[in-house]
Design a binder for this molecule. Sequence first.
Ligand code: MN
Length: 721
Amino acid sequence: MIEQADLVKQIQLYNPDLNPEVIHDAYQYAVKMHGDQTRASGEPYYTHPVAVASILAEMHMDAATIVTALLHDTLEDTEATFDDLKARFGEEVAALVNGVSKLTRIKSHTVERKQAENFRKLVLAMSEDIRVLLVKLADRLHNLRTLHHIENPEKRSRISRETIEIYAPLAERIGLHQIKEELEDLSFEYLNPEAREGITNRLSFLRQEGGAIVKNIIKELTKTLKAEGVESAVTGREKTRYSIWRKMQRKNVAFEQLSDLMAFRVVVETVDECYHALGIIHSQYPTVPGRFKDYISTPKPNGYRSIHTTVIGPEGQRIEIQIRTVDMHEEAALGVAAHWAYKDGTTKAHIKEIKKYRWLRELLDIIDQEQKPEEFLENTKLELFQDQVYVFSPKGDLTELPNGSTPIDFAYAVHSAVGDRCVGAKINSRIAPLNTKLNNGDQVEIITAKNQNPSPTWERFVVTGKARSRIRRYVRQQQRGEYVTLGKAMLQKLFQQEGYDFAEKAVQGVATQFRVETIEDVFNGVGSGNIVARDVFKAIFPAHKTTTVKKPTDAEVAQQVAQAKQGTGSTPLLIKGLIPGMAVHFARCCHPLPGDRIVGIVVTGKGVTIHTIDCDTLENFADTPERWIDVSWDDGPNSAESHVGRIEVTIANVAGALGTISTVIGKNGGNITNLKITSRSLDFWDMMIDVYVNDTKHLHNIIAALRATPEISSVDRARGR
Ligand code: MN
């Protein structure tokens, strides 16, 4: 058990300026908060955070990190709150502890290989501050060291698997090779104790035979090279049991067949020296056939350069030797970054990754060498993978999405059918709006319904290409359906006006003249405004004398409008009845409301716009009668829908007048959606107010109520202009 004084001493060795009070305070707090909680070993719980703190002290971490380690389980496992920590230990430590707790809450049910990379990125993205990750790794290391106390074998192997798939690779990526190897070795013990023991026995047998074999080989190799005039730095070591095991598995070979239980690295200055060194080694020691690879003349796709060879070394052992220059050696270290480049990594993204990675390495080198890491760690944020967000399915599968993604993006990422049928979403078991931005680690459940279709409004907030294109495709299909119905109706109307029976065959006959194939294409063209209805008619009846269309006189316009007003046009098209789901827009000029007499105007590429019959804008369409559609309000189930009504109000410029208006409108069941002051004089303000109402009657009630209000000098419904 590590005592408080030991921990302080340990830190003071590399950080003489440490204020012991800070450690003291955190230590006491951890002891108090964890109270009589115990570890599986039976020891008091607080021994765990203290041990984690000590691991981090070995890594020469700054005081804030050590304090975070001491407190790292208080948020999750004790009564302590974020605010408590903030008040007592400051914002920085509270945020770090919070970060570690967030990582603790990620629960991976199963870690399959293909999911592992996403998990690692999730952990990195959630870490935000590299110190959070370092504490988490130290926490994991101590948990692994004490894993034998846990009795449930399933729990042991789950933790081991998670460690080997996620945390060990993360430790390696940030340059913590020793921690990575210990994590792997400890996990290996639980995942495959037999294999580990077998390898241990064979290795110790070899060691007995060879004595200080690695050291001797390094000495020997250096001497041999120097004798031939090549200055080199030789390093070497026995491979770890886990990496030996991995290799046996990967290559499907027995232990005895492994040639490279020991790996040596020869680093020289120039490329010439690489080949020179290779020549010396090959002439001095018997080579193992088939094991020579020249990645200098032919670098690996990720840019890795080195010469690999295997020889029967000075001690009679098969040893692997890598020969490279100092530059190549540095690049090789960075080459690890290749593994975490984006999967479809463009060169640009790749370079970005490498830059990030270099930054991280430099930082760790600083931690390694600096006496006072404080200054360097302060405010250092991990910016890795901040442009991605990782979320879980209810089954625990991880999905990677761009930052800003919503449940709809998630649904489409799972499957297009899931997206198309989406009606709602639960985020972390709570119903949430479909435009909610997802956070790292969220668990997202999509609620679907059989007869649901994508909503065009989704397009406004989705961020993934897949979701957007599926929604657009659906909307286009839907629109085409509307245009086809509309185009057909327009042609029928025109035929009727000109006194002919409508014949689909005849329309099909002229399709090619409009560079389309099917009759549906013609209808679609007419409905969307790309083909003029009258042109189709003319193509079918070239000899027919049509009344020449010219700019109508004012009298004609008046007549058109009057005709429409009386509803004496041809058969009315009940839009809602005839063409379900047709693209209908309400004109912004006149804001038609149920109860108003209305008329529909076909607008190119937009469907139908509804105007009030007295809207001034209608004059613009007087010379294209085929675009006019007689419509009326459907009293069906949709009649309760809200519509925007626009009113013009003049109020006296007195205090509280605005408040009065909104109160009056609200009391009468209206909902202000937009308010604009159009002119302001000393005494009076003119304004325009848009109100959600059910129909004209509703709007008139509101207008009447406003008229009864003393501060308001005039109220009128706004008319199209
Ligand atoms: Mn812990």
